[in-house]
Design a protein around this ligand. Structure first.
Ligand SMILES: [Zn+2]
Length: 152
């Protein structure tokens, strides 16, 4: 039987750049290049469509840290502009680069768990009927039809 992975668990596995399905294989082949499939469980990652969304999220998160911190430092210490730039430009660059891959992994984990895009077809094949109906994600109409036929 295939294990049912919760949404937070799938996203956490993606955030740690592991396969959302088994949590052991690598999700990325290169820095932002998602692997075609998991080398451990064989899960197909080609349906993922994270696109620019991870970058938008990283901009929002890093911006909400850097801008208030920069303004606070300016209001409190009023350092010279070169010092502000020397602090906040590298901080912004490295925190954005550091968060980009884990964020993309979390988004791929989210898409995978919710069966978004092409993952829907993959999930229908992989997850047994009981597991699907127990999480209320996808209804198998053929099972419902069989039950109706048996009752008739
Ligand atoms: Zn895997």
């Amino acid at each position: 039987m295939t294990e049912t992975v919760s949404l937070p668990k799938a996203m956490l596995r993606g955030f740690t750049m592991k396969c959302p399905s088994c949590g052991r294989g690598h999700l990325f082949g290169r820095f932002l290049k998602v692997a075609d499939h998991c080398e451990v469980c064989g899960e197909d990652f080609t349906p993922q469509r994270a696109d620019d969304f991870p970058a938008y999220l990283v901009i929002v998160v890093v911006g909400h840290v850097v801008v208030p911190a920069l303004l606070w430092m300016e209001m409190t210490y009023a350092p010279p502009a070169w010092l502000q730039l020397a602090i906040w430009l590298p901080f912004t660059l490295f925190s954005a680069l550091g968060l980009l891959q884990p964020t993309k992994g979390a988004i791929v984990g989210l898409q995978w768990q919710l069966g978004m895009e092409g993952f829907a077809a993959t999930r229908r094949r992989a997850v047994p009927v009981q597991a699907r109906s127990s999480v209320g994600r996808t209804r198998d109409l053929s099972a419902v039809a069989q039950r109706a036929k048996a009752e008739a």
